[in-house]
Design a protein around this ligand. Structure first.
Ligand code: SF4
Length: 705
């Protein structure tokens, strides 16, 4: 039986029709869309002027690293119904200032297959990226590789994934057995694909129609990630708690969260699937945050969407009241902080397994937990059940040695890893483990940067080996929990008990196997780095893997310096910004003329520290704009965004995808580089004493003159 797509809506709504046939063929009359590096070819395909064949193309002709911001930019996600989202599929693919995909272009093109190059779906975990294709009639996404969270979203939504060789056979009319599309996956994922998605699979499970396989492994040395999954496994005896890569396991979830960008869909999907009286399994383990859109009305481009944003906020409140989950809503229109920062401060414990609807959930790995982002379908399913299914990923280990130079930070280390290890796909879908004396030389906030940017590496997640500093930091933060807005006290039991954190922590076994290898990085060799904005109009994506040494980029004038986000809004980041700003102010400088310098706290706790220790006073004397806690400009929804294509931003955030933080060009850099650049007006690596030396030179020139 061939795939039939006469009625997309019915196909999506009916679980029977969602079940894919055992042999996949192309539907006569339906089309294949190739996302080529040449935008004119895309335009012609959308206009119905040409149809291409894979046999006539090379994989190198196709777009790589298509990010989910390009598929569904933030403003598209202000709609929560998938069919509305699909109307603006690929709205973020901008060429020469114009949308390559006008409204409804994908839906009206009569396509059932969409084709691209490497690493499809990098970036944000937003499931809307899958929905925009599925609800436009796409049934098969073809790529050389997929980012892991996006691949998971495709599987959960019932969107099939194939490779270019299969497409050649499909276009020749040969057909491809469904088995070829699922056989590389673990046994549970195979069942989900065969069922047509996660909800149909869960229904079949509830009816007893499918039986979950359970691995029965003998004792084996394990990585940190494997140990946490083994500990959370259901259905095995205590002496069978061993897993290996490729195993499919059913695991308990210790906690998770959503934010106002994603909660509405979770609520909507739960109501659709389980009715208006649905319940979730452990409400006090899960939380909602108001952090992403809280300052959107400060951005002119976002004002037309305020009605939709209010709907999202209202639906999050409804979900919180309906489920009685933990509430980190804004107070007096001020966010308690970015979900990932607040989660590591108050929610994530060593040894935990955490799932949340945001790709930077991996930041929880700094607390020696296993945490990663999932789409709204998967989250809805797991909060309802209290458990989830997982394929055990391979791991890659970074053994850090040495000590960072005084003008280098963990952000530079990650920009280096992105260039050296992520670009050639060594980190793809793997768990990145950070160990070694170099890790122990870093503060917890710096280690959090390592964990945070695992998602930019297209990794499954990251986890950092724990030490005394880890336990002390968590205990200290939990001790301050009563001062959190809304009075969020510790969750009782384990919280605050340092010895329990130590017991729950995991370390890799000496003979643990790392399919991605063990890589030693001497921190003292790392130099200040940037990631450049690429040239998306000519097929060079703006991507965090575009690493370069600051010393090699020449003079790059800037208009905006942004200091904040989950990656760089922590206390130590603020100490970095302050170190530079204080030196500049002491040397008689203010923020460079024509440059706007924004500093935005990652959380209420960071703000409290910065205010109580005089940091804010220095920023204000320097002429910086100090912003309330939250995501803001990082997602294009707050002060600090660019407003015109020719503007240049140097930013401490984690992503430089085109259009994400306004239409300008965005360079990624470390907190020290961002702050130094704010005062020089060009992208500049910080060196201690640089402003004082410049002043002395100017002084002696003046005296000599
Ligand atoms: S700060 Fe940016 S990357 Fe981090 S959670 Fe918010 S929007 Fe996402």
């Amino acid at each position: 039986m061939a795939i039939r797509m006469h009625d997309v809506r019915n196909a999506v709504e009916s679980s029977e029709l969602m079940k894919p046939p055992e042999r996949i063929t192309l539907t006569p009359g339906k089309r294949v869309l190739f996302l080529t590096k040449d935008p004119d070819l895309i335009r012609k395909q959308l206009a119905g002027e040409i149809d291409l064949r894979m046999e006539d193309l090379r994989v190198e002709d196709l777009l790589d690293d298509i990010n989910t911001d390009a598929m569904t930019p933030a403003w598209v996600c202000f709609d929560y119904k998938p069919e509305d989202i699909a109307r603006n599929a690929y709205a973020g693919l901008i060429v020469n200032g114009e949308r390559l995909f006008p409204p409804d272009a994908l839906r009206n093109g009569n396509f059932e297959v969409i084709v691209s190059g490497y690493r499809k779906g990098v970036g944000s975990s937003r499931e809307t990226a899958t929905q925009c294709e599925l609800y436009s009639g796409i049934r098969i996404a073809v790529a050389a590789s997929f980012a892991p969270i996006h691949a998971g979203n495709n599987i959960n939504q019932g969107l099939l994934m194939a490779d270019h060789e299969m497409l050649v056979r499909l276009q020749r009319g040969e057909g491809v057995p469904l088995r070829e599309l699922y056989e590389k996956h673990d046994p549970i994922t195979r069942l989900i694909i065969q069922s047509g998605g996660l909800f149909p699979f869960s229904r079949a499970l509830a009816r007893g129609e499918v039986k979950l396989p359970v691995p029965h492994n003998k004792p084996r040395p394990m990585t940190m990630g494997e140990k946490i999954l083994a500990r959370h496994m259901r259905g095995v005896s205590e002496n069978e708690r061993y897993v290996k890569p490729g195993d499919a396991v059913v695991v308990d979830v210790d906690g998770g969260y959503t934010h106002e960008f994603t909660t509405a869909q979770v609520h909507y999907f739960l109501e659709q699937e389980y009715g208006p009286d649905y319940e979730i399994a452990n409400p006090q383990k899960f939380a909602v945050f108001e952090d992403h859109l809280i300052y959107a009305d400060d951005v002119a481009r976002m004002r037309p969407f305020m009605d939709k944003i209010d709907v999202l906020r209202g639906m999050q409140r409804a979900f919180q009241q309906h489920t009685n989950c933990r509430d980190f809503s804004a107070t007096d229109n001020i966010s308690p902080g970015i979900c990932h920062e607040v989660a590591r401060e108050y929610i994530v414990d060593p040894g935990d397994f955490i799932q949340a609807t945001d790709s930077h959930t991996c930041m929880g790995g700094v607390n020696n937990a296993l945490a990663w982002g999932v789409g709204t379908t998967e989250y809805a399913n797991l909060v309802h059940a209290g458990f989830t299914t997982v394929e055990v990923s391979e791991s890659i280990r970074f053994e850090l040695t040495g000590v960072l130079r005084p003008n280098v930070t963990a952000k530079d280390v990650m920009l280096y890893i992105l260039l050296r290890y992520a670009k050639p796909q060594l980190t793809l879908d793997r768990i990145m483990e950070f160990t070694g004396p170099g890790v122990r030389s870093l503060s917890l906030d710096e280690r959090a940067t390592l964990a945070n940017m695992a998602t930019e590496c297209s990794a499954r997640t990251a986890i950092v080996e724990a030490d005394e500093k880890t336990f002390e930091w968590i205990a200290a933060m939990r001790g301050a929990a009563g001062s959190q807005p809304g009075g969020h006290e510790e969750n009782g039991g384990l919280r605050g008990r340092r010895s329990t954190y130590m017991e729950r922590a995991v370390a890799p076994d000496p003979d643990a196997q790392y399919a991605g290898g063990v890589h030693t990085i001497d921190l003292s060799t790392i130099e200040p780095m940037v990631a450049h904005p690429g040239d998306p109009d000519h097929g060079i994506p703006s991507d965090p893997t575009n690493g370069a040494l600051v010393a090699d980029i020449g003079e790059v004038k800037i208009d905006i310096a942004y200091a904040g986000s989950c990656t760089a809004g922590k206390i130590d980041d603020f100490l970095f910004y302050h170190q530079v700003a204080k030196e500049a102010v002491d040397a008689g400088l203010r923020v460079a003329e024509g440059v706007r310098f924004y500093v935005q706290f990652g959380s209420y706790a960071v703000e409290k520290f910065a205010r109580e220790n005089g940091l804010v006073d220095t920023f204000e004397r320097a002429g910086a704009v100090v912003l309330n806690p939250g995501c803001g400009a990082c997602i294009g929804c707050g002060p600090g965004v660019s407003e015109a294509g020719e503007q240049v931003t140097v930013s401490a955030i984690n992503r430089n995808y085109k259009g994400r933080s306004g239409p300008g060009k965005l360079w990624l850099a470390s907190p020290l580089t961002v702050a130094a650049s704010a005062f020089t007006g060009t992208i500049t690596a910080y060196t201690p004493g640089m402003f004082e030396r410049a002043r002395s030179r100017a002084e002696s020139t003046r005296v000599r003159g």
